[in-house]
Design a protein around this ligand. Structure first.
Ligand code: ADP
Ligand code: AMP
Length: 209
């Protein structure tokens, strides 16, 4: 407790590279990676009073705030420094986050929509260890096999073109106002995320220095 680890919020549309850059941040600063997407995928069939997360996720819609807020509150309570990825996704979540923590850095990875479509439809993930790859931009050493743990890579249920388009619309409608919210507070560090993974990481490092 009480160490110097930063509390970083990583904002950006689906496919912007938040998971990819979170891995870098976690290694560089010894942070916890708090990501609502992974937490929800691990509990997709959990019964809540709003139904299961799966019903929303497979359609590309947001899971109701009370379910997600509870996950984040529990994860941040246990974290010292962290990188938060995938939350907040609407203004009400942003206001809730203000009540439960204080952020040191708010980074916004901005990427063009066409590029997001390419990244999301080509994404492959390891179902065992969570590592992320891309069929073209970030290939594993052996096609279809995770470098880290040797498991067979899979495609997320919501990385199909139809659901991706819906997720990007949901982002524009609900999450862009969150970007504005932090911009208005003068806290937003904007990063061009269209560059290569290494190029984006270099930009992030130089902004945090
Ligand atoms: P997010 O967590 O924001 O949804 P990911 O980190 O999972 O995004 O990245 C989405 C996909 O794009 C993955 O397949 C990943 O390998 C790939 N990717 C990530 N960053 C880049 C980049 N800078 N250039 C090209 N592809 C990238
Ligand atoms: P992600 O892994 O961040 O792309 O999230 C995948 C899906 O999980 C989203 O499309 C939503 O259905 C759900 N989800 C993740 N984070 C949140 C959040 N903060 N609020 C609501 N739903 C979320």
């Amino acid at each position: 407790m009480g160490t110097e680890r930063p509390r970083i919020l990583l904002l950006g549309p689906p496919g912007a590279g938040k998971g990819t850059q979170s891995e870098n941040l976690v290694s560089a600063f010894d942070l916890d990676h708090v990501t609502t997407g992974d937490a929800l995928r691990a509990n997709k069939d959990m019964e809540t009073e709003y139904g299961t997360p799966r019903e929303y996720m497979d359609a590309g819609e947001l899971v109701p705030d009370p379910v997600v807020n509870e996950i984040v509150a529990a994860a941040l309570e246990d974290a010292d420094g962290y990188v938060l990825d995938g939350y907040p996704r609407n203004l009400s979540q942003a206001e809730y986050l203000d009540e439960i923590t204080t952020l040191d850095h708010v980074l916004f990875l901005d990427v063009d929509r066409e590029e997001l479509l390419r990244r999301l439809t080509g994404r492959r993930v390891c179902p065992e260890c969570g590592k992320t790859y891309h069929v073209e931009f970030n290939q594993p050493e052996t096609e279809g096999v995770c470098d880290a743990c040797g498991s067979e890579l899979t495609q997320r249920d919501d990385d199909t073109e139809d659901v991706v388009n819906e997720r990007l619309d949901v982002y524009d409608e609900n999450t862009l106002p969150v970007v504005e919210y932090y911009r208005d507070q003068g806290e937003l560090i904007e990063i061009d995320g269209n560059d290569s993974p290494d190029g984006v990481w270099e930009t992030i490092q130089s902004t945090l220095e």
